[in-house]
Design a protein. Sequence first.
Length: 295
Amino acid sequence: MDLNAVRMFVAVVQAGSLSAGAARLDIPLPTLSRRIRDLERQLKVQLLERSARGAKLTDAGARLHERAVQGIEQLLEAEQVVVNDQMQLKGRLRLSLPQTFEPWWELLAAFQQRYPDIQIHLYSTERRVDLVEDGIDVALRVGAIVHEAMVARRVLSFRNVLVASSRLVKRFGLPKHPDALRHLPCGVWASRIDTQVRWDLGGKMVEPNAVLSTNDYHHLCTRALRGDVVTELPPFLAAAAIREKRLIRLLPQHPLPEWSLNLLYPQHRHQSTIVRTYLDFCQGYLPKIVQACTV
């Protein structure tokens, strides 16, 4: 059965005539009349008795209308619930972020202030998750994007910075060249416990004297502030301490590589309103993220 034709039939009954039904549905009268006749042929029964005074239900038409109108009203109610939920932006947003990416925590807080009925489920990890398998709507990724089935929206680029406390510099002196790092205690970020880390400092590859290896930038920041190690830090973790002179930027003429930051999401034909709103909000919040990543 053609459900759209049934909906037209119900509209004709409610309006009282074919012409009034056509006006209510905003479709041409001949189109409406043809669709009703097609429905009658499909059901092999006459539903309406047509006359100059209007359209009158047959017994079969009355039975169809009695049951169809309930179903159509329920469908319309369900449609309105979905539309209202989307208008009010009520639902869940499942996100993945790199660990310690603090500027995005502020963004998420501001997003939920704007849209308080959206629940955020956040998975923070330094490993690359499978968005589809893990049920992630949008992931924030650092580095190159290689997944062809995903859409990547570039956010910004940034460089980690090499830092040490004034106490450590006073003890060992200010390094003048990357090779000097082989003689200084260094803390390095590594995703695996057995990784041999090398720093690319302006094209000069250096194997630092790693007395500490961890996948936690907050730990590295704390140890650098204590004067224990030279380390590399994301700019948003180092910026305030550099401004306050609690950390000194080392070898700025030998910068670390540039990293790209991207929002990654599955390529859906019909994206949810919540995901589209989140992506647009991120774009509008971008100047604050750029500021936080500037040293």
